[in-house]
Design a binder for this molecule. Structure first.
Ligand code: ADE
Length: 230
């Protein structure tokens, strides 16, 4: 999978891809992540990419010209499955969307800034708009990193235990069960006996029940979707 991220702050974005699982995905050649500096497509000597909004009002708007030039340049070299814009008024990211997008070959992610981007970019270039939650970040970069992380870890071969992504919270609309490691007792606080029993069938049953119970308490919306569908 190739992800091309268009941003005015490439340096801010690089770090998450230089460590741990995402680094391994890139080093193994399973993923390619490129950071494209939107200012390189600016029309003026000041490398500006934003301007005042028509109709007045506070906040600058990212201009269509540099963005169009940038996306057209990328498209002239690569076929993209999606051109995604990170924005708080986009569709809320969930595991289903991540699963779906992780099967794509090439995607562009555009990070917004300031007051947003000229609406014509959204109408004519963007194929999907994604929000990572109902709150406003100061730019789309951190949201783009969240989206890219959620996609790249799903690519077969990226996680060392191939099956582990399948058991993540949300994969089946259930939260993950509680996990424990050594010591088996700390301060008198004990690990559930069953996990030490070696009986895999019983352990699997316990984990499933724990998942269901946690989901019921922490995310009744997911629980009802699973167990009380309307
Ligand atoms: N840009 C600013 N806030 C955002 C959010 N919540 N999700 C995606 N992109 C954003």
């Amino acid at each position: 999978m190739r992800i091309d991220i268009i941003t005015v702050l490439p340096e801010l974005l690089k770090s998450p891809f230089e460590h741990s699982i995402l680094k391994r995905a890139i080093d193994k050649g399973l993923a390619e992540v490129n950071f494209i500096n939107l200012r390189d497509y600016s029309n003026d000597n000041y490398k500006s990419v934003d301007d005042y909004q028509f109709g007045g009002g506070a906040g600058m708007v990212m201009m269509i010209e540099p963005i169009a030039k940038c996306i057209n340049d990328l498209k002239s070299k690569t076929n993209y499955d999606e051109v995604i814009y990170m924005t708080p008024d986009g569709e809320l990211l969930d595991q289903k969307t991540s699963n779906h997008l992780s099967t794509k070959k090439n995607i562009i992610i555009l990070c917004g800034h300031y007051k947003g981007i000229d609406e014509r970019v959204r109408e004519h270039f963007i194929t999907k708009e994604i929000s990572i939650g109902d709150y406003v970040l100061s730019g789309g970069e951190l949201a783009a990193a969240v989206l890219a992380d959620s996609l790249l870890r799903l690519i077969p071969g990226v996680l060392s235990d191939e099956t582990s992504a399948l058991f993540d919270s949300f994969q089946d609309d259930l939260l993950s069960p509680a996990v424990y490691t050594r010591p088996a007792e700390f301060n008198g606080w004990k690990v559930p006996e069953i996990l030490l029993s070696g009986n895999q069938k019983k352990i699997d049953e316990w984990r499933y029940e724990n998942s269901v119970e946690r989901t019921k308490i922490r995310r009744p919306d997911l629980y009802n979707k699973n167990f009380n569908p309307k």
